[in-house]
Design a protein around this ligand. Structure first.
Ligand SMILES: *Cc1c(COP(=O)(O)O)cnc(C)c1O
Length: 357
């Protein structure tokens, strides 16, 4: 059995234009300065002033009672699932959701919960699909505990769930006695794109988190929010899983810096993504999914190259993206990609495709 990290091709030059992921950003000099100056204490003991400030800021930002600082988004999801679910419980989420495809079966391994994948275009399921998935309360049916949505829907193309849909899904889930959880890894991409206040967008969700390493430029950190009661329980799971930190304010300072400086500018990433999509669509053989935020998915079938081959050949010229399925690539814009670099990436991909299979 192999426990390899995400496979990365060896022996290639460094990426000049890194469209692989919005997690690839390096902390800026100003962010590092904020980290160096952070006042710190003991995060586990509740006495780290900077971690406390971040949690207060985030609770207010998302309109929830309380918040807890976590090392990663995956840990936010897993702690939330552990808090909402008992062993044997069922979670309803889109079939392409990160919790189902990309967290090492954590829900099953840690919480003993099973995830049932709902279908729907662009990473989203409808209220009707959710209605149909509700099971009768019988001895033999899995007890259903949680509905999860991903805002933005990553594998769906970075798509933004409409506020009406989110509210209808949350209302219906609650009416059926299910809790609601939002994976907000790229929540601020959605709020900036839609022009909706974060606290309004997540109002129907009992728990929600934001990742500071997805386009917000921080080296690590995510914050999970919910009711005081929920966060109290979540804190115990964080402790059990070894997620408590000591002078965590060093990292919380980066997240506060990101909140202050890197949220509104996500609009620039969305403009860059649209420019990238327009350019890719003009390359013969490439078809592009309309980008709503900073993720640009495209199909390479018509070029005669699969996405891995196209990526490897572009990598030889310093341009890299990620590969989702055999012919589906994903290019991601973020604060370390400029409009000029978008043009550079397009020139490289155009030349690789023109050279033929
Ligand atoms: C990246 C991502 C996560 C996990 O976040 P990490 O901070 O990398 O652990 C969860 N959900 C979605 C939709 C993501 O894109």
């Amino acid at each position: 059995m192999s426990f390899a990290p995400t496979p990365q091709p060896a022996g290639l030059p460094p990426m000049r234009v890194n469209l692989y992921s919005d997690t690839q950003t390096k902390p800026s000099a100003a962010m590092k300065a904020a980290m160096m100056e952070a006042e710190v204490g003991d995060e586990q003991g509740g006495t780290d002033p900077t971690a406390n400030e971040l949690c207060e800021r985030m609770a207010a930002f998302l309109g929830k009672e309380a918040a807890v600082f976590m090392p990663s988004g995956t840990m936010c999801n897993q702690v939330a699932i552990l808090t909402h679910c008992r062993p044997g419980d069922e979670i309803l989420a889109h079939e392409s959701a990160h919790i189902l495809t990309s967290e090492g079966s954590g829900a099953a391994a840690l919480a003993g919960a099973q995830i049932t994948g709902l279908q729907g275009p662009r990473g989203q399921f409808s209220l009707d699909a959710l209605r149909e998935a509700i099971r009768p309360h019988t001895r033999y049916a899995p007890p259903q505990a949680l509905v999860e949505v991903e805002q933005t829907a990553n594998s769906g193309g970075g798509t933004v769930w409409a506020l009406d849909t989110l509210n209808a899904i949350a209302d219906f889930a609650h009416s059926q006695g299910l809790a609601t959880h939002m994976d907000g890894a790229r929540l601020t991409n959605a709020t900036v794109a839609a022009g909706i206040a974060p606290s309004d967008m997540v109002a129907g969700f009992d728990s929600v988190w934001l990742d500071f390493t997805k386009g917000l430029g921080a080296p690590l950190g995510a914050v999970l929010c919910g009711s005081r009661e929920f966060i109290g329980q979540a804190w115990r799971w964080k402790q059990r899983m070894g997620g408590s930190m000591r002078q965590g304010g060093i990292c919380a300072a980066a997240c506060i810096y990101a909140l202050d400086h890197n949220v509104d500018r996500l609009a620039e990433d969305h403009v860059n993504a649209k420019a990238l999509a327009r350019g890719l669509a003009q390359i013969p053989g490439i078809t592009v999914e309309h980008p709503e935020t900073n993720l640009v998915f495209f199909d390479t079938t018509g070029t005669g190259l699969d996405a891995t081959t196209l990526n490897l050949r572009a990598r030889a010229h310093g341009v890299g993206f990620s590969v989702n399925t055999k012919y589906r690539g994903r290019a991601c814009t973020h604060l370390d990609v400029s409009p000029a670099q978008i043009e550079e990436a397009l020139a490289v991909i155009r030349a690789v495709v023109a050279a033929g299979p």
